[in-house]
Design a protein around this ligand. Structure first.
Ligand SMILES: [Zn+2]
Ligand SMILES: [Zn+2]
Length: 89
Protein backbone atom coordinates (compact mmCIF):
# COMPACT_ATOMS: atom_id res chain seq x y z
CA UNK A 1 0.00 0.00 0.00
CA UNK A 2 1.07 3.59 -0.52
CA UNK A 3 0.76 6.63 1.67
CA UNK A 4 1.24 10.35 1.20
CA UNK A 5 3.96 12.07 3.16
CA UNK A 6 1.99 14.40 5.48
CA UNK A 7 4.71 17.02 5.13
CA UNK A 8 5.67 17.11 1.45
CA UNK A 9 2.60 15.36 0.04
CA UNK A 10 4.48 12.87 -2.15
CA UNK A 11 3.22 9.31 -2.48
CA UNK A 12 5.43 6.55 -1.11
CA UNK A 13 5.21 2.78 -0.82
CA UNK A 14 4.94 1.92 2.85
CA UNK A 15 8.55 0.73 3.20
CA UNK A 16 9.93 3.79 1.46
CA UNK A 17 7.58 5.98 3.44
CA UNK A 18 9.16 4.81 6.71
CA UNK A 19 12.65 5.57 5.40
CA UNK A 20 11.55 8.90 3.96
CA UNK A 21 9.98 10.05 7.23
CA UNK A 22 13.04 8.93 9.18
CA UNK A 23 15.60 10.52 6.87
CA UNK A 24 13.79 13.67 5.80
CA UNK A 25 11.54 14.52 8.70
CA UNK A 26 13.19 12.94 11.72
CA UNK A 27 10.31 10.63 12.62
CA UNK A 28 11.02 7.39 14.40
CA UNK A 29 10.30 4.11 12.59
CA UNK A 30 7.42 3.45 15.02
CA UNK A 31 5.79 6.80 14.31
CA UNK A 32 6.00 6.28 10.56
CA UNK A 33 4.66 2.75 10.88
CA UNK A 34 1.61 3.64 12.94
CA UNK A 35 0.93 6.48 10.53
CA UNK A 36 0.43 4.22 7.53
CA UNK A 37 -0.91 1.12 9.28
CA UNK A 38 -4.57 2.09 9.32
CA UNK A 39 -7.13 -0.71 9.25
CA UNK A 40 -9.45 -0.79 6.27
CA UNK A 41 -13.19 -1.11 6.87
CA UNK A 42 -13.30 -4.74 5.69
CA UNK A 43 -10.55 -5.71 8.13
CA UNK A 44 -12.36 -4.50 11.18
CA UNK A 45 -13.42 -7.33 13.50
CA UNK A 46 -17.10 -7.55 14.28
CA UNK A 47 -16.78 -6.36 17.83
CA UNK A 48 -18.06 -3.34 19.65
CA UNK A 49 -15.63 -0.48 19.54
CA UNK A 50 -15.38 3.16 20.32
CA UNK A 51 -16.42 5.21 17.34
CA UNK A 52 -15.75 8.82 16.67
CA UNK A 53 -16.67 11.19 13.91
CA UNK A 54 -13.89 12.29 11.60
CA UNK A 55 -13.50 16.04 12.20
CA UNK A 56 -12.69 16.49 8.49
CA UNK A 57 -15.32 14.51 6.58
CA UNK A 58 -17.80 13.40 9.27
CA UNK A 59 -17.47 9.66 8.59
CA UNK A 60 -17.72 7.43 11.68
CA UNK A 61 -14.39 5.73 12.35
CA UNK A 62 -12.90 3.75 15.26
CA UNK A 63 -11.38 6.14 17.78
CA UNK A 64 -8.01 4.38 17.61
CA UNK A 65 -7.67 4.96 13.87
CA UNK A 66 -4.65 6.99 12.76
CA UNK A 67 -5.79 7.94 9.26
CA UNK A 68 -9.46 8.41 8.36
CA UNK A 69 -10.49 5.96 5.65
CA UNK A 70 -13.12 8.39 4.44
CA UNK A 71 -10.92 11.32 3.51
CA UNK A 72 -7.36 10.16 4.24
CA UNK A 73 -6.73 12.89 6.80
CA UNK A 74 -4.62 12.03 9.81
CA UNK A 75 -6.93 12.02 12.83
CA UNK A 76 -4.28 11.15 15.44
CA UNK A 77 -3.56 14.35 17.33
CA UNK A 78 0.00 13.38 18.25
CA UNK A 79 0.93 12.58 14.65
CA UNK A 80 -0.81 15.74 13.43
CA UNK A 81 1.19 17.83 15.87
CA UNK A 82 4.38 16.19 14.65
CA UNK A 83 3.48 16.80 11.03
CA UNK A 84 2.61 20.42 11.66
CA UNK A 85 5.79 20.92 13.65
CA UNK A 86 7.86 19.71 10.71
CA UNK A 87 5.80 21.69 8.26
CA UNK A 88 6.64 24.85 10.17
CA UNK A 89 10.28 23.84 10.17
ZN1 LIG B 1 8.21 14.20 3.13
ZN1 LIG C 1 -12.36 11.82 7.24
Amino acid sequence: MSVNCPTCGKLYKSKHFVNHMKDKHGWTRAEAEIYYVAPLPENIPDVEMDLMQCPFCGVEIPSNLIVCWGCGECVDSHIRELAEMYRRG
